[in-house]
Ligand binder design. Structure first.
Ligand code: DPP
Ligand code: ZN
Length: 886
């Protein structure tokens, strides 16, 4: 596929003011009629009209009712010289939804028909100007068999519906808001809906609906509640109200992504809609709340103001992730629960985005070029993009940020704009801020790829009673960007005395101290800040709340980190101190000779025990601290990684924590039982998370020592659990410890939930993500491929088994015999013919092959080369593979 470049952007020569679409819906053959009101931009020289189309069967083209000559070029339908400045273009074509295994455009899932148009799926429905800066008013008539497809939905408001001959019926929808084609949606299916009428603050009534297949209504309450909470929050925090009479969410069983924000008709992967206590875990409930919010928030940040071109994707995604993260924090409530959320968000960023930014797919938050835009729905555009918005929030403050949002909508409502436009509005609304003073510098976050390294060293001068912090930044090269310029880095910090008390902060030149925490704004390659009235050596707590997406090297000793772990008031840095202590031990063990036993020191164990037993801390926080950094995160930090060795070392440390804290784990398990009715709130979620971690540690230790007590208790709990979080937690404890009781438990679980697709996904996932031991997990995955419930055709199922191995289980995947890589190559090729979007995501499992030690590195390269050799690889996968080998 040819490269598309940001610098080549030009405004559209034609606009489509309105379109009337008619669909005669049928899984085998759907007839699409399209009547477009086209206008030529008379300020531009006359150009051919080029309409995008893909996999369409064209029946006819008319201009103002007359036939017209046209040609096909590069997949586009080209009309060379339309005579008039404004004309009506009529197109008729057919498509075959049931053959559409790509799940882009109109496709069949279960017994229904659904669409997915972002980014470029609309062109798979009919010929159109399929680009986000062409915004059109859509009127849509759907006709279909009434029995098969009793529910017919599209965007906006329902104008009319009724019966037709031959058992058919119709529905006519009109969306008053001009929108890009990527926000178009259609649903024809046999569905039922949970409905609720709500009033917005202005007193307007809205109808909210959550559509699911029959039998799933009892799993829709949480999605509905999340939707209502999102509406309330967006009005309260940003003054943004729902602009439609009706807002619909529809659950789709086969879906490439999490969900899609189509105007007024959000389509969701079932995983992010369906939940009740019996079938979904706390983590699932949480995911639903944030994805429902995310898609709802897009109605303003994405739909009312959209992207000029796909290079600006982070304009809507980074901002909307920031909004959903803030929403979840506000929902969580207490400062401690907010801290827990922040830790979770940073974990995702560092495990997914940091490796991406260090590998062959590294790209700026606002990319400069792509072959397949689907490949750029990335952690960089989403999660790093959100961090960029968060830094703006830090620089202008909460009120200033709200003012910036207001100005952004005042200027750009109804437009398709750029990341620059957003940053400009933020700066203009806050003229006295550090953001406004350094706007061009700040915007390097959009332009430069890579994770900056921030070195920080403090020097105490006893005589002058000063403590001087010297910061130095460096951003290593990325593909196509050899040299980087300094970036603006907000460094939130506090200083702790060794007894843990916080020091009042006063910079040289300031009249008095101003609080115990502040934000330093770094704008140069190196910069020093001198604090005065410092009477003793201090321990700096830098980058509090992870105030910038950088890798920090602060040179703190283990003794310093123990002070922070015991006393830091910043939840993120307190947690981070514990993670770093663990990572230091793992690094030391990796550097030692293989034969040397890895022994966990008493200081670390004592610190972990103290934290676990600390009555002032929330269970959720403790669970995070007591969980060692993941193999994926650690592998990203270590050059020339040996995944097997890393796994062995980390497992050994967990074994030792399980043994040394045995009595503490037993206490924690008993002390964190929830004795009231199930609610997925922050408190209960924390209790269950810690109890489940404790149980896992107890079972692990019992299996190692041959003690039947805890495996037996875990099995009992698995059988008797009143909710999925506890049931799955107990099952996981057995499976992860390779306990004998894991087998009967797995069989029982399968029998109990065989009708629940999302629960079966968990069953596959759990087995595929278990800690590898003697190749057992890899062998089990091979067996599960043959299981009658396994299919490559359903993305959730494919992710549950295949992605679990390659993306989430490094020790099962990176094998000395290279069988994991062969597996990967086979599956990339198998997925690629049916579903290129899914295949190219899957292909990314080997992005970081260059960071592997031998013999992994060469074996991985060979597997990538085998995929590259396939002649008809899809454009999506080709781009990933080509970058990996570049
Ligand atoms: N635009 C969708 C979302 O992020 C997914 N592609 O919500
Ligand atoms: Zn989004």
């Amino acid at each position: 596929a040819p490269m598309v470049r940001r610098q080549d952007y030009s405004a559209p020569a034609y606009r489509i003011r309105a379109v009337e679409l008619t669909f005669d819906l049928d899984a085998a053959k759907t007839i699409v009629g399209s009547r477009l009101s086209v206008e030529r931009d008379t300020a531009l020289p006359v150009q051919p009209l080029r309409l995008d189309g893909e996999d369409l069967n064209l029946l006819r083209v008319l201009v103002d009712g007359q036939s017209v000559s046209f040609r096909h070029e590069n997949g586009q339908l080209v009309i060379d010289a339309p005579a008039a400045e404004a004309f009506t273009l009529e197109i008729r074509n057919t498509i075959a939804p049931e053959k559409n295994t790509q799940l882009s455009g109109l496709y069949a899932s279960g017994s229904g028909l659904f669409t997915q148009c972002e980014a470029e799926g609309f062109r798979r429905i009919t010929y159109f100007l399929d680009r986000p800066d062409v915004m059109t008013v859509f009127t849509v008539t759907l006709r279909a068999d009434k029995k098969k497809y009793p529910v017919l939905l599209s965007n906006g408001n329902l104008l009319e519906q009724g019966e037709l001959a031959n058992g058919k019926h119709f529905a006519k929808w009109h969306d008053p808001f001009p929108k890009p084609a990527y926000l178009f949606a259609v649903v024809a299916a046999d569905l039922v809906a949970r409905e609720q009428r709500v009033l917005s603050r202005s007193g307007k009534e809205h109808l909210l609906q959550v559509y699911v297949k029959r039998g799933d209504l009892d799993k829709t309450e949480h999605a509905m509640n999340s939707l209502i909470a999102s509406m309330v929050w967006d009005e309260a925090r940003f003054g943004l109200a729902l602009d439609l009479e009706r807002f619909m969410i529809v659950a789709v069983p086969d879906f490439n992504m999490g969900a899609m924000e189509n105007k007024g008709l959000n389509l969701f992967n079932t995983k992010f809609v369906l939940a009740n206590a019996a079938t979904a875990t706390d983590v699932d409930f949480d995911g639903i709340e944030s994805v429902v919010a995310h898609e709802y928030f897009h109605n303003w940040t994405g739909n009312r103001v959209t992207c000029r071109d796909w290079f600006q994707l982070s304009l809507k995604e980074g901002l909307t992730v920031f909004r959903d993260q803030e929403f979840s924090m506000d929902m969580a409530g207490s400062p401690s629960a907010r801290g827990v959320r922040r830790i979770g968000d940073v974990r995702v960023l560092r495990e997914r985005q940091f490796p991406e930014d260090a590998g062959p797919m590294a790209h700026p938050v606002r990319p400069d070029a792509y072959q397949a835009i689907d490949n750029f729905y990335t952690a960089t555009v989403y999660e790093k993009g959100s961090e960029v918005v968060r830094m703006m929030h830090t620089l202008v403050g909460r009120e200033g940020f709200a003012a910036g949002m207001k100005l952004y909508f005042a200027r750009h409502d109804g437009q398709a704009v750029t990341c620059d436009d957003f940053a400009q509005a933020m700066a203009d609304a806050n003229p006295d801020s550090a953001l406004a003073a350094n706007l061009e510098l700040f915007k390097r976050w959009y332009a430069q790829a890579g994770t900056p390294r921030l070195q920080a060293r403090g020097v105490w001068d006893a005589e002058a009673r000063t403590w001087t912090l010297t910061l130095a930044q460096h951003n290593p090269p990325s593909p196509g960007q050899a040299d980087k310029l300094p970036q603006l880095i907000p460094v939130a910090l506090g200083l702790l005395k060794r007894d843990g008390t916080a020091l009042p902060l006063q910079l040289a030149g300031e009249a008095e101290a101003g609080g115990t925490e502040r934000v330093l704004v770094m704008t140069e390659a190196t910069q020093s800040f001198t604090f005065v009235n410092v009477d003793a050596e201090v321990v700096p707590s830098l980058l509090r709340g992870f105030s910038a997406p950088v890798v920090l090297d602060d040179g703190l000793s283990d003794a310093d980190l123990l002070v922070l772990l015991a006393h830091d008031t910043d939840a993120f840095n307190r947690w981070e101190a514990g993670q770093r202590l663990a990572a230091n031990r793992i690094r030391a063990a990796l550097a030692a000779p293989v034969e040397a036993p890895v022994v966990l020191d008493d200081a670390f164990i004592a610190a972990m025990r103290a934290l676990l037993r600390d009555a002032s801390l929330d269970a959720a926080f403790k669970e995070l601290v007591l969980t060692l950094p993941s193999e994926i995160y650690l592998a990203d930090q270590i050059e020339g990684i040996d995944p097997q060795r890393l796994h062995a070392v980390r497992e050994s440390l967990i074994d030792q924590l399980a043994a040394a804290l045995h009595a503490d784990w037993a206490w924690a398990f008993e002390a964190h039982q929830v004795k009231v009715g199930y609610k997925p709130d922050a408190w209960q979620t924390g209790q269950r998370a810690l109890a489940n971690l404790a149980l896992a540690m107890l079972v692990r230790h019992a299996v190692a020592t041959g003690d039947p007590l805890w495996p037996g208790k875990a099995y009992q709990r698995f059988k008797d659990a009143s909710n999925m979080t506890d049931r799955l937690g107990a099952l996981e404890a057995l499976v992860n410890a390779h306990a004998e009781l894991a087998e009967p438990a797995l069989a029982r679980f399968h029998a109990q939930f065989k009708g629940e697709a999302l629960v079966l996904d968990k069953w596959f996932m759990l087995q595929a993500r278990a800690p590898e031991r003697d190749g057992r997990v890899f062998a089990r995955i091979q067996q599960l491929l043959q299981h009658p419930d396994f299919t490559l055709g359903n993305p959730n199922r494919a992710r549950a088994l295949l992605f679990s191995l390659t993306h989430f289980n490094p020790a099962a995947f990176h094998r000395l015999d290279a069988a994991g890589y062969a597996f990967w190559a086979d599956k990339v090729l198998a997925l690629d013919t049916a579903n290129p979007q899914l295949a190219s995501r899957y292909a990314r499992a080997l992005d970081r092959w260059r960071n592997l030690a031998e013999p992994y590195r060469s074996a991985a390269r060979e597997a990538i080369a085998r995929v590259a050799a396939k002649p008809d690889l899809s454009g999506d996968t080709h781009e990933i593979i080509q970058r990996a080998l570049a």
